[in-house]
Design a protein around this ligand. Structure first.
Ligand code: HEM
Length: 145
């Protein structure tokens, strides 16, 4: 069970990162070049929201099935926080990824309420780019590659 979920989470992360990059660049370019917001822009923003929410669900299942989680009981709060690997997988990575997905969700729903192209692109550019930075900051790069 754990290995399967870890495998899916590991490969789904490529899709999340790819979509977040595309969506952020698309929003920045749309904003800077004063492009007209169309259905493709909407689909990119929506697909990024969907794939990140799926990753959140996979991540929650992984969190409770991973061996790191059992260390809360074995090591306690002090033990987990003083070990950089345990702290990353049990606290930093999940917390930062949840913040990133919250940013995507807020950005998506705020941009939908805007009526014209420029504010739509601006909202997406700000929230999706911030989310991208947060994701990049706490991906376990050494374990991933
Ligand atoms: C944008 C969302 C997320 C991305 C892009 C992401 C990405 C990744 C990546 C690339 C890894 C390393 C995989 C490997 O070792 O091959 C990983 C590991 C892990 N992630 Fe996430 N993650 C996300 C969200 C979450 C969330 C929300 C949780 C928990 C609530 C979570 C829990 C974990 C855990 C526990 C591991 C360690 C798995 C292990 O090696 O045993 N992730 N994540």
């Amino acid at each position: 069970m754990y290995e399967v979920v870890q495998f899916i989470h590991s490969y789904w992360a490529y899709l999340v990162l790819f979509m977040l990059l595309i969506a952020s660049f698309n929003a920045i370019i749309g904003f800077v070049t004063n492009k007209e917001y169309g259905s493709t822009n909407f689909q990119i923003a929506l697909f990024t929201l969907i794939v990140s929410h799926i990753q959140l669900l996979i991540g929650i299942v992984l969190y409770f099935s991973a061996p790191y989680f059992k260390m809360w009981a074995e090591e306690g709060m002090g033990g987990v926080m003083s070990d950089s690997t345990l702290r990353l997988y049990n606290v930093e990575h999940p917390l930062m990824m949840i913040i990133a997905i919250a940013l995507i969700t807020i950005g998506y729903s705020k941009h939908k309420k805007k009526l014209t192209s420029k504010p739509k692109f601006k909202t997406l550019a700000i929230f999706y780019t911030l989310a991208l930075i947060v994701v990049l900051s706490r991906i376990p790069w050494s374990a991933w590659f």
